[in-house]
Design a protein around this ligand. Structure first.
Ligand SMILES: Nc1nc2c(ncn2[C@@H]2O[C@H](COP(=O)(O)OP(=O)(O)OP(=O)(O)O)[C@@H](O)[C@H]2O)c(=O)[nH]1
Ligand SMILES: [Mg+2]
Length: 416
């Protein structure tokens, strides 16, 4: 019953709050991202609302006056979807829907779930997304039910009796149990597959969504992974056997991370993320041309910690150097203070980036293949190091990068 839902919204307004821990500047960055998410889901943002408050209003999230202002705008401009940057509690969502009944009220989690539902291609990804959707909907069911009543023209009518909501809840609970069983069965199968991969080092590409992981995978692995300038282009993990010089290893590309990744999504994508958890080496890809790339790194590290994959060797791969632009300050401008936004790439390299060590930080462009030789060499050395430690008996097979002979990878060598 909780089929993939396509939200064909056109006009969308987005909403966020400024608090002590969230400055106006931060909020704007977050709303930029929410706008991109909305675009990915098929909507167009025509208006942003924000409000300064100490903490969200427990009843309606925003203050009553603000809600009224938004309501008036929604009515005047035919807004069909209103999206909140933060997760709304079921009761907040219900209360807001009661006041602004002309349009759909979504929060960030719902929007991300919707994008995942649109993008899930394999039955495994669909099962994982549906599980997350069910878990999200369970506490919100009564609200949804009233919504349906309203669509039937019953504005102001009493909602359904408790029994109907209870029946609904039971159906969803049964569905959750079923989906969990289904996932468990596939997991077992996938675990066996992973176990069968034998003596090859496993490398995983991780990073924020849209940083270029799949592009890099294609460039390195000569494979064909879906690349798109939208968020969450990749939902399933792809594993390819890659051979650099004469050293074979497994490289996996997986779902991108995002700040405030809904926990139920992290949970239901646990097995997709097993690939990351079981990797020997992580390539943390960063879009250095994105103004908030440092925040992105922090969210990725947090997610790695959440899934207990924070103790692995990591190479930071700063991608999209071709698109990197910095602000400049005119010589006669004595007012403007220098911020990280003014750093050149060279200046960035001498910041905290220098502390990750030269060998652990690479600056590349996956599309232009800039510094690609260095990238391949560095990955080769890291994989070789792990390989020699893990499988000491065949270390002679893999000479130094410079002495190694390049071997072409054929498509039929792919493992999956
Ligand atoms: N300018 C520039 N664009 C790049 C580079 N690498 C990737 N891109 C672009 O960035 C966008 C996202 O690339 P993907 O490879 O789909 O990114 P991803 O990290 O796999 O994204 P998700 O699967 O959504 O998490 C695409 O439009 C790419 O063409 C690069 O080095 N330079
Ligand atoms: Mg991808």
């Amino acid at each position: 019953m909780l089929e993939k839902e396509v939200l064909n919204f056109e006009k969308t307004a987005i909403v966020g709050i400024v608090t002590q821990n969230q400055s106006e500047e931060k909020l704007n960055e977050y709303l930029d991202e929410l706008e991109f998410l909305t675009f990915t889901a098929g909507g167009q943002v025509v208006k942003r609302f924000s409000q300064k408050m100490e903490r969200p209003n427990p009843k309606t999230f925003m203050g009553t006056g603000k809600i009224e202002e938004i309501h008036a705008y929604v009515k005047e401009n035919g807004i069909s979807t209103l999206i909140f940057d933060d997760e709304l509690t079921p009761s907040q969502q219900k209360n807001i829907s009661k006041i602004i009944e002309e349009c759909k009220i979504l929060d960030r989690t719902h929007l991300i779930l919707d994008i995942f539902a649109q993008r899930a291609e394999t039955s495994y990804a669909r099962t994982q997304v549906e599980l997350a959707q069910c878990i999200y909907m369970l506490p919100r069911l009564s609200g949804l039910w009233t919504h349906l009543e309203r669509q039937k023209g019953g504005i102001g009518m009493r909602g359904p009796g408790e029994t109907e909501i209870e029946t609904d809840r039971r159906i969803v609970r049964d569905r959750i149990a079923l989906l969990k069983d289904k996932i468990k069965a596939i997991d077992k199968q996938m675990g066996t597959q992973r176990g069968n991969r034998g003596s090859m080092v496993r490398v995983a590409l991780v990073g924020y969504t849209n940083v270029g992981k799949s592009t890099l995978m294609n460039a390195v692995g000569k494979s064909d992974v879906f690349v798109e300038n939208k968020l969450f282009a990749t939902l399933d993990t792809t594993v390819r056997k890659v051979v650099i010089k004469n050293l074979p290893f497994l490289l996996s590309d997986t779902v991108g991370f995002i700040r405030k990744l809904p926990t139920m999504l992290v949970d239901s994508f646990k097995s997709t993320l097993d690939e990351v958890r079981e990797a020997d080496l992580l390539l943390h890809v960063v879009d250095i041309s994105h103004p908030e790339f440092e925040d992105h790194i922090a969210s990725v590290n947090q997610t790695l910690l959440d899934i207990k994959a924070n103790d692995k060797p990591v190479i930071m791969v700063f991608n999209k150097i071709d698109a990197y632009k910095h602000l400049t300050i005119d010589e006669d401008d004595l007012m403007t203070e220098k911020t990280p936004r003014h750093f050149t790439l060279e200046e960035w390299k001498s910041t905290w980036m220098s502390r990750v060590g030269e060998e652990n930080a690479l600056f590349i462009s996956a599309t232009n293949k800039e510094n690609f030789e260095e990238f391949r060499e560095r990955v080769y050395e890291a994989v070789r190091h792990i390989h020699i430690t893990r499988f000491p008996y065949n270390k002679f097979l893999y000479p130094d990068y410079k002495d190694a002979i390049e071997k072409e990878v054929d498509d039929d060598e792919e493992t999956e």
